[in-house]
Write a protein that binds this ligand. Structure first.
Ligand SMILES: *Cc1c(COP(=O)(O)O)cnc(C)c1O
Length: 418
């Protein structure tokens, strides 16, 4: 049979056709009025997508470049910082902060879990200058409650830096209301374009901190980028084609909701929530176990391979039989889990096809008839959820802002003083 190549990976994600066309047509010079118009428009669209009044900075780098920029612009050697680490991307914060000479204190939890707010509160001593965290830990499929963590950082005066590289477009944030000082996104995730752009929104508190921070920085000097952006330019040669693609993708997101980017973003989050829920229900019904069952993200679902099976066999079978690309686990999780993404350009048919393909592969590998088992419950989830909006979805299930059931979130995140 024919096989269409399809990515189900949590970055890079499938490309939006109109963004690909915009990219191909972007044969313009960056020091021209034509480019300045595009750049300014994309920066203001990004503000609406992120949901902030703060300045947004675009960088020609992968997401890690903006993570490095957050560390180098906000810290000085010897600063005490607190990293909340629950997986490979949390560990990246630790390495980055150490590379810039910070005194790094780490709150870590086992892979697949989220933090206890009591522990975060206890470790957030008055000398902590910056807290670094992921909103969704892509390596484990867990989500963390940023609203609760933000309440702690507001009280203590520490800056809060959130790697929302797979959180933006899959998770609800009130960036300005909660006081997130730096929130970071990347192009190859929910905004449906290729790798190569990172973006971040920076608060007034963070701009002030930069006036006194002493870590070395050059290419990733955010103050330089801010000055250039005010004139509609970037400090160095921008990734012109990717910026044109991003504009087309944000136009598409707006067009899904009557031209309103914020509503389009909420529809995209709802899409991720529903496709993730379909996937979790289906794979659980097929007898598989979720790797992050207590706080599963809507960005990506991580699933344990059945006992005695290497998860690579599932990834390989799915690729060979259907040309679909799943992700294996990262680091020590390799061979134990596989990951399926829901961020960006995945729809109902993609989700149903992915579940159907996994039924075939798992039936063969396990010598059991699983056909229709996952699809049945996925169909039921879709039928129940399809008419709702994000707000209705969160309210109907009494979910916390982070998307977890409010009761579960309250249990791990107990008693936060606002
Ligand atoms: C993809 C991703 C990154 C960025 O990785 P790059 O390869 O540098 O783009 C960082 N954090 C999380 C949580 C991610 O999912």
């Amino acid at each position: 049979m024919l096989k269409k190549v399809r990515l189900f990976t949590p970055g890079p994600t499938p490309l939006l056709p109109s963004a690909q066309l915009a990219m191909a047509a972007a044969d313009i010079h960056h020091r021209t009025p034509e480019f300045r118009a595009i750049y300014q428009r994309v920066l203001s669209q990004l503000k609406e997508f992120i949901g902030t009044k703060n300045d947004v900075i675009l960088l020609a780098s992968s997401g890690t470049g903006a993570m490095e920029a957050a560390v180098s612009n906000l810290t000085s050697p010897g600063d005490r910082v607190l990293v909340l680490s629950a997986g490979k991307f949390g560990e990246r914060w630790v390495s980055l902060a150490k590379a810039f000479g910070c005194e790094v204190d780490v709150v870590s939890v086992p892979y697949g879990q989220t933090f206890s707010i009591e522990e975060v509160r206890a470790r957030n001593t008055p000398d902590v200058r910056v807290i670094f965290v992921q909103s969704t830990e892509t390596s484990t499929g867990a989500r963390h409650c940023i609203e609760n963590i933000a309440a702690l950082s507001r009280d203590s005066g520490a800056l809060l830096v959130v790697d929302a590289i797979t959180g933006l477009g899959t998770t609800h944030f009130d960036v300005d209301g909660w006081g997130i000082d730096v929130i970071i996104g990347g192009s190859q995730k929910a905004v449906m374009i290729p790798p190569g752009l990172a973006y971040c929104a920076v608060s007034d508190r963070a701009w002030q901190r930069m006036e006194t921070s002493r870590s070395p920085r050059y290419y990733f000097d955010l103050r330089k980028e801010r000055k250039s952006a005010a004139k509609g330019e970037s400090a160095y040669t921008p990734a012109v084609a990717l910026i044109a693609a991003l504009g087309a993708a944000l136009d598409y997101i707006a067009a899904t909701s009557g031209g309103n980017i914020a509503q389009g973003r909420d529809a995209l989050i709802h899409n991720a929530e529903v496709t993730a829920e379909m996937t979790r229900a289906a794979l659980t019904a097929m007898g598989l176990k979720l790797f992050a069952p207590t706080a599963p993200a809507s960005a990506v679902t991580a699933v344990l391979a059945p006992d005695g099976m290497d998860s690579g066999a599932i990834v390989k079978g799915f690729k060979e039989q259907f040309a679909g690309v799943l992700s294996n686990g990262q680091g020590e999780m390799k061979g134990q889990i596989f990951r399926v993404a829901h961020l960006g350009f995945f729809d109902y048919l993609d989700t149903i096809a992915m579940i159907g393909g996994l039924e075939q592969v798992l039936s063969q590998l396990r010598g059991r008839d699983l056909l229709g088992v996952g699809l049945k419950v996925a169909q039921q989830v879709y039928a129940r959820r399809r008419g709702t909006s994000l707000a209705q979805l969160l309210e109907a299930d009494q979910r916390c802002s982070c998307g977890r059931p409010a009761a579960d979130c309250a249990a791990t995140m107990a008693t936060v003083s606002a």
